[in-house]
Design a protein around this ligand. Structure first.
Ligand SMILES: [Zn+2]
Length: 400
């Protein structure tokens, strides 16, 4: 299902092609979030039009509403949201455990969660997590087999195995116990999928192990030794970017030795500098809320490393600006000439159009960046392309 087309000579970076039930995906690739079955503010055709070939939907939210049975009755997730390309579903482990850990989501996603989404954990045991639904207050249960059953009903191209996303502020002993249980859940998920899962659905195991080097390496070895089709890297990746890059390198380094031909997905990472660094560390696909969430908060992605690649159009300094979000950007928002002043005014007026335009621009920016990194690997000049992007070059999508 995965072919490595080109390998960087000086790093673990590689360009490949994923062949999935609903089509192919060129990697490295960013995967936009369609958490509840929609990339917020856009429809499926618009997302495809921005160059995306794979999107990620959320098992936990979709099982609570509208429910896996209803999605199945309506023809599956692809048919429901009119997206004809591949879909990856997460396992729900991250969300269900976040209700208990609280701070995990903040650490990983960089921001607090809304109160009404929190729900409540009632109990955790070897079979999974019993919790109260934030939708209707009913008691629900999610464990390894149940997560795979929901993902089978949704009909995704890639299912992720059920795991505990170990929080950052826990002891080494906790991380060790939790990682061992995630490995037992991996075996249970693969067994369930072998007996009941859709044959054309790929399954990714998940590497945990927190910020402990030996546990990360052991976890990568355990997942690589399983029959999973691909491997995701999850959990707490550390307190800052340099630690995060180090933790990712432990996992990808081990995976390069143990399972070089299987695709690697990094969960929940998607800031510009992290995408560049982790492509060099050998990650093939990424999902993250950052580009779309920034857009909803009035922030546009621009090639300005010193400003963390961000410009906040909510700020008053743009109220008279005639410039587009980014000069020369081919995205519909910039190509049609909407000014920063117009977007600033729309944001202040809470007009949904501003959020849509910024989401389109941000996703287009990230798609072009990934295209440049892909093309860089294929041309044997990843280091040069990465250095230019880090120095503030505008992404061109040289792969298009
Ligand atoms: Zn643009």
């Amino acid at each position: 299902m995965f072919t490595v087309r080109a390998q960087c000579a000086n790093s673990l970076g590689r360009a490949g092609t994923l062949k999935l039930a609903h089509g192919r995906v060129r990697t490295p690739a960013f995967v936009p979030l369609a958490t509840r079955g929609a990339v917020k503010g856009l429809d499926a055709q618009e997302v495809a039009g921005l160059g995306y070939e794979l999107i990620l939907a959320n098992t936990f939210h979709l099982m609570l509403a509208p429910g896996a049975e209803l999605v199945q009755e309506l023809g599956g997730l692809h048919e429901l949201m009119r997206w004809s390309g591949p879909i990856i579903t997460d396992s729900g482990g991250f969300q269900v455990f976040s209700m208990g850990h609280g701070a995990v989501a903040d650490e990983i996603k960089g921001r607090g969660r809304r109160r009404e989404e929190e729900g409540r954990i009632l109990s955790i045991d070897e079979d999974g997590v019993r919790f109260r639904s934030y939708v209707d207050g009913r008691e629900r249960f999610l464990g390894p087999e149940g997560s795979m059953a929901v993902q089978a009903a949704l009909g995704s191209d890639i299912a992720l195995t059920f795991d505990e996303c170990t929080p950052f502020h826990v002891t080494r002993e906790y991380t060790e116990r939790s990682t061992a249980r995630t490995h037992r859940w991996l075996s249970r998920c693969l067994r369930w999928h072998e007996e009941h899962g859709p044959k054309q659905q790929a399954v990714y195991g998940i590497v945990q192990g927190g910020v402990e080097q030996d546990l990360r390496r052991e976890s990568a070895q355990a997942v690589a030794a399983s029959r999973c089709d691909g491997i995701a890297i999850g959990g707490s990746l550390g307190r800052d970017k340099s630690q995060m890059h180090e933790v990712v390198s432990w996992a990808t380094g081990e995976l390069e030795r143990q399972a070089p031909s299987r695709p690697r997905h990094l969960l929940g990472i998607g800031e510009i500098d992290d995408l560049i660094a982790c492509v060099e560390l050998g990650v093939d696909t990424f999902d993250c809320a950052v580009p779309t969430r920034l857009g909803r908060h009035g922030v546009a992605l621009v090639p300005e490393p010193q400003a963390r690649w961000r410009v906040d159009l909510f700020k008053g300094r743009w109220s008279h600006s005639r410039e587009p979000i980014l000069e020369g950007c081919p995205c519909p928002a910039c190509a049609r000439g909407y000014s920063r002043a117009y977007l600033h005014y729309l944001l202040r007026a809470h007009e949904l159009t501003a959020v849509r335009l910024l989401t389109i621009h941000n996703l287009s920016f990230v798609a072009r960046l990934m295209g440049d990194l892909r093309a860089g690997i294929e041309a044997g000049r990843l280091a040069e392309v990465a250095a230019a992007l880090r120095a503030g070059a505008a992404p061109q999508d040289s792969a298009a």
